[in-house]
Write a protein that binds this ligand. Structure first.
Ligand SMILES: [Zn+2]
Length: 344
């Protein structure tokens, strides 16, 4: 079946794309991991460009302080208590009903990442932490999926395009993740929207080049740009892959794809909150959960999220049992209240 592509006319008039490139784009499948400052711009731009299938994976729900930079969301999404992936999917359906979107509300970890990138021609980084990026890198190098790295803080950001077996990978460039206490985050250093928009736009351009068959034009450097100072740096990466002893590309060691199966806690920096994920496959019954919580606190839920306020804690619980508990930075305390009210 030949799809009518006339809505993309101004795009395929651009010679490097052309009608043939546009048809390739329409037949493409991508996974975008993280739907915040970078991810919303990626989803918005690539849905409008006509990428035929977009899988959006994000673990979080929308808060008022996200709207300053997360361009797909609005105040109604917050009133409706929507997870970011679901709100993004709804917006895309209004922007371009001719493409397919799949929203996945989940933490991305070593147990599930390979499933999320399966079938994708390209993976895009919309995350905000090194741990997940190294995980994406391991999974993409293992499954030979090209991916585009992007990161932003303050007014400054970085991007790099990675083609397994051809270019250096993220671990060829950054041997290991810096310790979290030394890494500024957008909760400590802030972030201005133009910075994330520029970096995500560069990522989206790389995606369009790759998916339209213009692989030779991909950025071959680690590129850094500051929207405030206009400082630009381009670190050339030729030869780096041969020169390093990268455990991922050289030894095929995927250290981020292994881990233990115990329930895991992650302190969400600057938010006074802890996330708890569990690896057993549960499907929580929110109605049943509500009867337990209602006796002790205030409860509201929809098919995607369950929220309750109890003992000074704010619980946000997802159907797969994952929870974000606000009101503490202490993982042990969060685990205690989780098992008290949700049970493990
Ligand atoms: Zn490498």
């Amino acid at each position: 079946m030949t799809q009518d592509i006339s809505r993309y006319h101004r795009q395929y008039l651009f010679k490097k794309i052309g009608e043939e490139g546009q048809r390739k784009l329409v037949a493409s499948r991508i996974t975008i991991i993280g739907c915040g400052a970078l991810g919303t711009v990626l989803v918005n731009t690539l849905a409008r460009a006509g990428v035929g299938f977009i899988r959006i994976v994000d673990r979080d729900f929308i808060e008022l302080n996200n709207l300053q930079r997360q361009v797909l969301f609005d105040e109604d999404d917050i009133k409706e208590n929507l997870p970011k992936a679901i709100a993004a999917e709804r917006k895309v359906k209004k922007i371009n009903s001719s493409i397919k979107v799949e929203a996945i509300v989940s933490d991305v970890n070593f147990t599930n990442i390979e499933r999320f990138i399966e079938g994708a021609d390209l993976v895009l980084d919309g995350t905000d932490n090194f741990e997940t990026r190294f995980l994406i890198n391991d999974a993409c190098v293992k499954l030979k999926k090209p991916w585009i790295y992007g990161a932003v803080i303050g007014s400054h950001g970085l991007t790099m395009s990675i083609i397994p077996d051809e270019t250096p990978c993220l671990r060829c460039v950054f041997e290991s993740a810096p310790p979290p206490e030394l890494t500024p985050t957008c909760d400590t250093a802030g972030i201005i929207a133009p910075a994330s928009m520029v970096i995500a736009s560069l990522e989206a351009t790389e995606a369009i080049k790759f998916l339209t068959g213009n692989k030779q034009d991909l950025n071959k450097s680690l590129y850094s740009y500051d929207v405030w100072t206009h400082e630009t740096k381009s670190f050339r990466l030729e030869g780096l892959r041969d020169a390093t002893d990268c455990p991922t590309c050289k030894s095929g060691k995927f250290e981020f794809l292994t881990g233990d199966q115990a329930p895991k806690t992650t302190t969400l920096c600057g938010r006074n909150a802890v996330q708890i994920t569990r690896s057993d496959r549960v499907k929580l019954d929110f109605k049943e959960l509500a009867t337990r919580f209602e006796k002790v606190g205030e409860v509201k839920f929809n098919p995607f999220m369950f929220q309750a306020k109890i003992d000074g804690y704010e619980f946000t619980i997802f159907p797969d049992g994952r929870a974000i508990i606000k009101g503490t930075n202490d993982p042990a305390q969060a685990k205690t209240v989780y098992s008290k009210y949700v049970g493990v």
